[in-house]
Design a protein around this ligand. Structure first.
Ligand SMILES: *[C@@H]1O[C@H](CO)[C@@H](O)[C@H](O)[C@H]1NC(C)=O
Ligand SMILES: *[C@@H]1O[C@H](CO)[C@@H](O)[C@H](O)[C@H]1NC(C)=O
Length: 472
């Protein structure tokens, strides 16, 4: 071995000298990679992907602009060498991962690496995350859709000190979110969704002051939402849906003044002591998605102050009492889901005046009285309106249509729909509809021109009407 070293040095010495010399002679100087970095890159590539023979596909070296390796980016370092700054695996045109590929922790020896992506890469052989040494340059680590990526998130993740983007979505990760993640104070975007993470949300999350996006949805996180989440003052998107989070929404959420998207569906959040907590302060909120929680409280009228709201989803949560009249002030609302609660009283007429709404589900409540919607409104929403399963609701025949049933809701004064299921209401629609002049007006508005209406005739009308209701 001792003899081999000088031998090797002797052989390679002239080459080492010659190469820069050639560059000098033949002008525009093109930089090269550091030898050991190049070897490291080759060994990573050979282990990860058999798409091609990486060594022969890399003349003069992979970082050279003329070689244009897929999935590889390099930058010129202060030492005038090219260094690997970005590696992307798993989707064409990037290198696809072989069946024996495992998480290549050698990438953390590429000391200039800023960004590493593995999408749909580890599919066959079980592998786990491993952070063997601190890394000061890595800003983006993204592993998404890797069904063979098991194990937990090692606490050593905190040694990736410059990390800004951490995506570990749709893998098979379990165990707890390490508390040490809160040391990564440069994090801007964190997505750990669709794994099997357990335990609680780290209380020290307030350390992540730069966080703009936090997605922990579709895991098995339990415990309360930590009040410290309110310290994430730059947060714009927070998705904690489909976990087992319990307790009430902390008042401090109201401090997240840049929040535009909040999803808390499918948890065990309760409405006691205050179902709205600080939510009414979120003046930039556009999406409030909070279906399927055991809230068991009245609907908070304060939500009507969220002027920017486009989607408000509060279904299946045990809400009782009336639909607050304040909801009719949500002028930008496009979707409102309040189905499957215990709401009673009448539908506020103002809901029918929300000009952008295209989805309204009030089904399976205990609403009553006359449906206050115009024919125009009904036509605009079409199958996206669901009023079924409210035995006290009825249509005023004089103002709308004649007939037994309209899409799950009966005419006032006639027999009520027997059940909430839409199949039974559809079959009721098959019954002949009596004609009236109002009905004719309505039909002709469907057909736009009276001539068309007369051409289709009564049978045609019935078919169209039936079709509309079937869609509902
Ligand atoms: C409503 O939506 C429009 C168009 O998207 C937007 O310009 C306007 O600012 C929104 N209004 C509020 C109060 O957010
Ligand atoms: C309304 O909600 C019910 C659940 O209660 C669902 O079955 C139905 O498909 C929804 N309707 C629309 C139009 O989305």
């Amino acid at each position: 071995m001792a003899a081999a070293v000088p031998h090797h040095t002797l052989l390679s010495f002239p080459k080492v000298l010659l190469f820069p010399l050639l560059l000098l002679v033949f002008g525009p100087v093109s930089s090269t990679m550091d030898y050991s970095e190049k070897e490291l890159l080759f060994s990573i590539m050979d282990a990860m992907s058999s798409d091609r023979d990486w060594r022969s596909y890399s003349k003069p070296d992979p970082c050279n602009p003329s070689s244009s390796w897929p999935g590889l980016e390099c930058k010129l370092g202060p030492d005038a060498h090219f260094h690997v700054t970005k590696l992307v695996f798993g989707t064409l045109p990037n290198p696809t991962c072989g069946s024996s590929a495992t998480f290549p922790s050698q990438i953390f020896s590429l000391s200039f690496l800023q960004s590493a992506h593995f999408l749909n890469c580890f599919n066959t052989r079980r592998t786990a995350l491993f952070f063997p040494r601190p890394h000061a340059s890595l800003q983006q680590l993204s592993l998404r859709g890797n069904p063979a990526l098991f194990g937990s998130i090692p606490p050593q993740i905190s040694s990736l000190k410059s990390l800004q983007v951490l995506t570990l979505s749709q893998n098979r990760l379990h165990g707890e979110i390490p508390e040490s993640i809160s040391l990564l104070s440069s994090l801007i975007h964190v997505d750990l969704s669709y794994n099997s993470l357990t335990g609680t949300i780290p209380a020290k999350i307030w350390n992540l002051r730069s966080l703009v996006d936090l997605d922990l949805s579709f895991n098995a996180l339990a415990g309360a939402i930590p009040a410290s989440i309110g310290e994430l003052g730059l947060l714009q998107k927070l998705d904690l849906s489909s976990n087992a989070l319990a307790g009430s929404i902390p008042q401090s959420v109201g401090k997240l003044k840049f929040l535009t998207f909040l999803a808390l569906s499918d948890n065990k959040l309760t409405g006691y002591p205050n179902p709205a907590a600080g939510l009414a302060n979120l003046q930039n909120l556009q999406y409030l998605i909070m279906d399927s929680n055991p809230m068991f409280s009245p609907l908070p009228p304060e939500l009507g102050r969220l002027q920017r709201l486009q989607e408000l989803k509060l279904s299946n949560s045990g809400y009782s009492g009336k639909i607050p009249g304040s909801f009719t002030g949500l002028r930008n609302l496009t979707a409102l889901s309040l189905e499957n609660n215990h709401l009673s009283g009448e539908i506020p007429p103002g809901l029918g005046e929300l000009s952008r709404i295209y989805h309204l589900n009030l089904s399976r409540n205990m609403l009553g009285g006359v449906v206050p919607f115009s024919a125009d409104f009904l036509r605009r929403l079409g199958r996206n309106l669901d009023l079924s399963g409210n035995s006290g609701l009825c249509f005023n025949g004089g103002s709308l249509v004649s007939g037994e049933i309209f899409c799950g809701v009966g005419l006032c004064g006639s027999t009520k729909p027997s059940s909430s299921s839409s199949s039974s209401s559809s079959s009721n629609v098959r019954q002949p509809l009596a004609s009236s002049s109002v009905m004719l007006l309505y039909y002709s508005s469907i057909f736009e021109s009276p001539a068309l209406y007369w051409a289709f005739g009564y049978v045609g009308f019935n078919a169209v009407f039936f079709y509309l209701c079937l869609l509902l």
